[in-house]
Design a protein around this ligand. Structure first.
Ligand code: BTN
Length: 325
């Protein structure tokens, strides 16, 4: 993998934890001139980093802006593959389309496309997805697991469990999963997941997991029409969240659970998922494209379908629906 020297320099500045990094040594290591290093330092300052230059010692990072760029995420990263290759945008239309293109051109397993803002974010069923600048996590992860195409939809549930675990770990609050792709706190949505597939008839080539999370929004950061149904981690916890740390944690759990799914099948994930579900055991309405059914949600099947016991006693497996609890 080719190293992005600018990212590497920023990473070293972070890792030095307040100690100076020698510009000369870094320049020698990467075969660059001192001027090239100085130009990177100027660019960092323009991006909002505070960097002090100490004579004969080097550069010290004194302040970093709240950005979900590669260096900020990678300083927390504990994974083997996921998040080692990151493409970062201040603004883009949708990370999902960029991820599809990158996957087609051979991006490695675990490549992350992330943006501070999306101007045309999309949700399930091509609904618009509001993605305010620097308030949330708007990212698409390209993974290449050894799965068959029919096992791909369950990756939405794998991702949901990973996200809830990461929120528990970093924010210390409990979130629940509303089948198939919503993460909720006290009945309001904080996260949506959009799983898309690139596949041969008998083999997954890539799965693109799009994750949209409302993190540091105040209520006025949401469009008026979703203010009654959406919330953010900041609104629920009363604290501003370190988005980069949360992303690194999500990538860790996602890597762990994806490998678990590849190795041991869906059963262990199903157990975890059912523990976090706010749907199982409740009376629900499932609104599908052509019909609406009512009944008690029993849980999910081995292939990720929601099983609903209707009033006549029959059990229906549902592929996709809007669930009203
Ligand atoms: C949903 O709940 O309908 C799914 C929302 C998924 C939104 C994310 S944000 C990052 C990625 N890029 C997009 O345009 N959509 C997904």
């Amino acid at each position: 993998m080719t190293i992005n020297v600018k990212n590497e320099l920023l990473k070293r500045l972070f890792e030095a934890n307040g100690s100076p990094i020698s510009g000369q040594e870094f320049a020698d290591e990467f075969g660059l001139s001192r001027t090239a290093i100085w130009k990177y330092i100027k660019e960092f300052e323009e991006e909002g980093y505070g960097i002090t230059s100490i004579r004969k010692k080097g550069y010290v990072l004194t302040h970093s802006p709240d950005r979900v760029n590669a260096a900020n995420i990678q300083k927390h990263l504990k994974t083997k593959m996921y998040g080692h290759n990151i493409t970062y945008y201040e603004s883009c239309s949708t990370t999902q389309t960029i991820a599809h293109d990158d996957a087609q051109s051979g991006a490695p397993d675990g490549t992350l496309i992330i943006a501070e803002e999306q101007t045309a974010g999309k949700g399930r069923l091509a609904r618009p997805w509001s993605s305010a600048a620097r308030k949330g996590i708007w990212m698409s992860l390209i993974i290449r697991p050894s799965l068959m195409p029919q096992q791909a939809p369950q990756m939405t549930l794998v991702a949901a469990v990973a996200i809830v675990r990461a929120i528990e770990e970093v924010v210390k609050i409990e979130a629940t999963i509303k089948w198939p792709n919503d993460i909720m706190i006290k009945g309001k949505k904080i996260t949506g997941i959009l799983t898309e597939l690139q596949s041969d008839p008998d083999r997954v080539k890539a799965i693109i997991i799009g994750i949209g999370m409302n993190i540091n929004h105040d209520m006025e950061d949401f469009p008026e029409e979703i203010q009654s149904i959406a919330t953010s981690l900041k609104l629920e916890s009363g604290e501003t969240i370190d988005r980069s740390r949360l992303i690194a944690e999500i990538l860790s759990f996602l890597e762990l659970y994806t490998h678990m799914y590849e190795k041991h099948g869906f059963s262990p994930i199903k157990l975890l998922w059912e523990g976090y579900s706010n749907t199982a055991g409740k009376r629900i309405k499932a609104v599908m494209l052509n019909e609406t059914i009512e009944g008690v949600a029993l849980g999910i099947s081995e292939d990720g379908l929601l099983e609903v016991k209707q009033d006549d006693g029959s059990i229906r497996g549902i592929y996709s629906a809007d669930i009203i609890v």
